[in-house]
Design a protein around this ligand. Sequence first.
Ligand code: NAD
Length: 345
Amino acid sequence: MNSSACHPLMIRSSKGGKLAYAPFCRLLAQPERIATIRHDRNEKKKMAKIGFIGLGIMGKHMLRNLRKAGHELVAYDIVAASVDTVVGDGVERGASCKDVAARTDVVITMLPDGPEVEHAVLGASGVLEGAHTGSTLVDMSSISPIVSQQIAAACTKKGVAFLDAPVSGGEPKAIDGTLAIMVGGDEATFDKVAPLLMLMGSSVVLAGAVGAGNVTKLANQIIVACNIAAMSEALVLADRCGVDAEVVFNAIKGGLAGSTVLNAKAPMVIARNFKPGFRIRLHQKDLRNALLTAESKKVALPLTSLVQQMLMALMNQGSGDLDHSALYTFIEEMAPKSPGKRGQK
Ligand code: NAD
C-alpha cells in the first residue's frame, strides 16, 4: 500500500479518563492496528482557550465537556439566552463570532446547516473577520461537503486552518462525551485538534481531505433514514396482519435485520413516543444535502430521494419537530385503518 495514502483509523478512548488516539495515516501496513498515544483528560499543561459558537441541543453539552477537561472558553450564540446558560466558571461571553475568534486560537462551530455556518464564518462580524493567522476553525455542524470546501478555501486565504468534523450520536452521547466524530482536513491540523475532539467523542476518524467528514456523515444519515423507513414498513405490515409489532421486534432483533437503529427506534414506535431525539427537519436537511452532493457527482440515490420526500411531507403536515422515528406515521397513514391495538389512533 502507498505510504502516502490516507487510511481512516479508529481513535478511541480507554476507560478511566485516559485517552488514546491514533495519529492516522501512519499504520497503513496494518490498518486494523490501533495506535495508542496516551493523553490524560486531567492534564493541566497548555490548555488551549477555545471559542464555541452554537449552543443548541448538542453544542452546549460539547462545550461543557471541553470545560470539564480544564479548557477556558469564549461562547457565542445568536440567541443570547443560550449564552446565559453556559457563562461563568471559566466560560466567557463572546460579543459576536468575530469577537470569539479574536480571543481564541481554536474556534468550534455547531450550527444547524450550511447557510448558518456561512453566515457565522464568512458574514459581517463573522469568524474570519476576527481570526488571526495560524488559528484553526473546526466546523462540527452537519452540512454539505461542498459548502465545507468553500469555507475551507476562504479560511486558507486568511491563513486559518479548517476541519469539517460532524458528529453522530445525538444528545445523550453529546452529554457523555461519546460522540462518533468524522473528520475531513489535513493531517497536521487533525493531529493538533484530535485531543480536543477526544474530549467530546469516543471515536474520532480522519476520513480524508476537507469535506470527507461531511461525506461520511451523509453516508451515516442515508443508512439511518433508510433503516427507519424499512422498519416502519415492516412494523405496519405486521400490525395490519394482526401480529404484534413488539413480538416481531423481539423475534428479529438478534438476526440479520437487527441493528442499532432498530434497537433505538422500534421501542419508540411501539410506545408511540415520537419525542425527539433527532428531529425530522434535521434529517430532511441531511438527506437534501446528500441529494445535492450526489447530483454534483451525477450519482443516483433513489432510496434517499424517496425518504427525503416522506420527511418533507411530514414537515408540511406539522411533524418536523417530531423524532425521525415518526416516519412510521407516514407509512401507517397509507395503510387501511387497523382494528389492531397499534392501529391508527
Ligand atoms: P440546534 O438548532 O439545537 O442548535 C443550533 C444553535 O445554533 C442554536 O442555538 C442557534 O441559535 C445557533 N445559531 C444559528 N445560527 C447562528 C449564527 N449565525 N451564529 C451563532 N449561533 C447561531 O441544533 P443541534 O441539534 O445542536 O444540531 C447542530 C448540528 O449538529 C446540526 O447540523 C445537526 O444536524 C447536527 N447533529 C444534531 C444531532 C441531534 O441529535 N440534535 C445529532 C448529530 C448531529
